[in-house]
Design a protein around this ligand. Structure first.
Ligand code: ARG
Length: 462
């Protein structure tokens, strides 16, 4: 016996058997795509307005749709909306409720549209908003970072290469390196936003529509910079979501590097910083512990964002034009990337305000690391010794200081002259950490004067 199930499913007109529960659950997306309900309603209202403007539906229909959608919105906001798995996704859930509320006008909403261009529009609207939120959070993080850099503009910190003490830098200078990383992150998001902000609606299922639509007016209404130029491309590609995850992966890589440094710096062997207690946790068994959980977790969460990037790249690579159901799988990775980056930035912004330097420990590490050895080599070079010879002479001096258990400036003048007759008593000014820092006085250098100037420029950039 042939029987239509049109009463149960919007699309069931040509089907003769009902869907199994397993398939229903497997194919449904309402559990996660309902988070785009605002975008879905916004897109539908813009579409309906255009349909009415073009005389495709009546002004009366538009009024009914607007009234019904206002109620749908109220119901969702109040938590009274009944989401149904039978209705598969956010789009059909909302449309069905609208139709229950306003009748035929609700059924006319989908004229000249498909869920394929509808969902592509919703995701782009959603992602555009998410990017704006992330950019605002980045700015907040950067502001707090610059405040900390300003407080520590002249605080000497050992700069490392190979995680060994290399040369003195200021703590402020180090933090400005973090600032630069996050500036490029912001640029990547801004760039991604440009390509995201194009309207797919009008592409319909894949080939466009036979109705006399006006895509430009819908684009303007929704704040898009323009329309997607090709209908097949509009409904199928998710490269903008991939770009978002790529930008997020790079951002999280940066956050993870900062986290790694914070974890090291909090270790008592370094003891370079204190992080406010509210960002640490204790141990349930070891009473003495204070663990840097927040940076550790951020470092860990980086992996899941990388995972989302790979998931989306893999999702896309096998798809022929145009829309395929595979694309329904774009949402969970994208949403989780948005959540992870947002939460991480929010907490890092706050954490920056709760970091205090421990300059005495930084200075101890500088001393133990012969951090001004290069300055001594440069001094000898200025006096005429070829740099390679100066390098060797200072190497011998470091070895001697190590034997004596002292830092370079504690060697006597006579002792230093033993390594090179070019050494005079002006040598001690270059062997101090302050002298070393002050002498790197050029754009991009670590001299406190330059760091302060760089902070001034940085503030104007954000
Ligand atoms: N839930 C679907 C998605 O996320 C909406 C589009 C479905 N289109 C279709 N023809 N089945 O991609």
């Amino acid at each position: 016996m042939t029987q239509s199930h049109a009463s149960q499913y919007t699309w069931a007109g040509r089907f003769s058997e009902p869907m199994s529960d397993l398939v229903k659950r497997y194919t449904a997306s309402v559990g996660f795509d309902r988070r785009m309900w605002r975008q879905d309603i916004r897109g539908s209202l813009a579409h309906a307005k255009m349909l009415a403007g073009q005389g495709i539906i009546s002004a009366r229909d538009l009024a009914d749709i607007e009234r019904g959608m206002a109620q749908v919105k109220d119901e969702i906001e109040a938590g009274r909306f009944e989401w149904s798995l039978d209705l598969e996704d956010v789009h059909l859930n909302i449309e069905k409720r609208l139709t229950a509320l306003v009748g035929d006008a609700g059924k006319r909403l989908h004229t000249g549209r498909s869920r394929n261009d509808q969902v592509a529009t919703d995701i782009r609207l959603y992602l555009r908003d998410a990017i704006d939120d992330i950019l605002a959070l980045l700015k907040q993080f950067q502001g707090n970072l610059l405040d900390l850099a300003e407080r520590e503009a002249a605080t000497p910190l050992p700069g490392f290469t190979h995680l060994q003490v290399a040369q003195p830098v200021t703590f402020g200078h180090h933090l400005l390196a973090w600032f630069e990383m996050t500036c490029r992150d912001a640029e990547r998001y801004t760039d991604c936003r440009r390509r995201t902000n194009r309207l797919p609606l009008g592409a319909a299922a894949l080939a466009g529509t036979t109705y006399p639509i006006d895509r430009e007016s819908v684009a303007a209404d929704l704040g898009f910079d323009g329309v997607c130029e090709n209908s097949l491309d509009a409904v199928s590609d998710r490269d903008f979501a991939i770009e978002f995850c790529a930008a997020s992966a790079v951002l999280m890589m940066h956050v993870s590097r900062m986290s790694e440094e914070l974890v090291l710096w909090m270790n008592p062997r370094f003891g370079f910083v204190k992080i406010a207690d509210s960002f640490c946790t204790g141990s349930s068994i070891m009473p003495q512990k204070k663990n840097p959980d927040v940076p550790e977790l951020a470092r860990g969460k980086t992996g899941r964002v990388y995972g989302h990037l790979i998931a989306l790249l893999t999702l896309m690579k096998g798809q022929p034009l145009a829309y395929n159901k595979d694309n329904q799988e774009d949402k969970e990775p994208l949403f989780d990337a948005v959540d992870t980056v947002g939460d991480t930035l929010r907490i890092f912004a706050e954490m920056m305000a709760g970091i205090t330097a421990r300059p005495e420990n930084m200075r101890d590490a500088l001393r133990q690391g012969f951090a001004t050895a290069t300055d001594l080599a440069d001094y000898l070079t200025r006096k005429g010794l070829p740099f390679r010879d100066a390098h060797e002479a200072v190497g011998l001096a470091v070895r001697r200081a190590e034997e004596l258990g002292v830092d370079l400036p504690q060697l006597s003048l006579a002792e230093l002259q033993g390594f090179s007759p070019l050494v005079a008593d002006d040598v001690f000014s270059v062997l101090t950490v302050e002298g070393s820092l002050a002498s790197r006085n050029h754009v991009g250098g670590t001299a406190p004067e330059q760091v302060r100037a760089a902070i001034g420029r940085a503030r104007r950039r954000i």
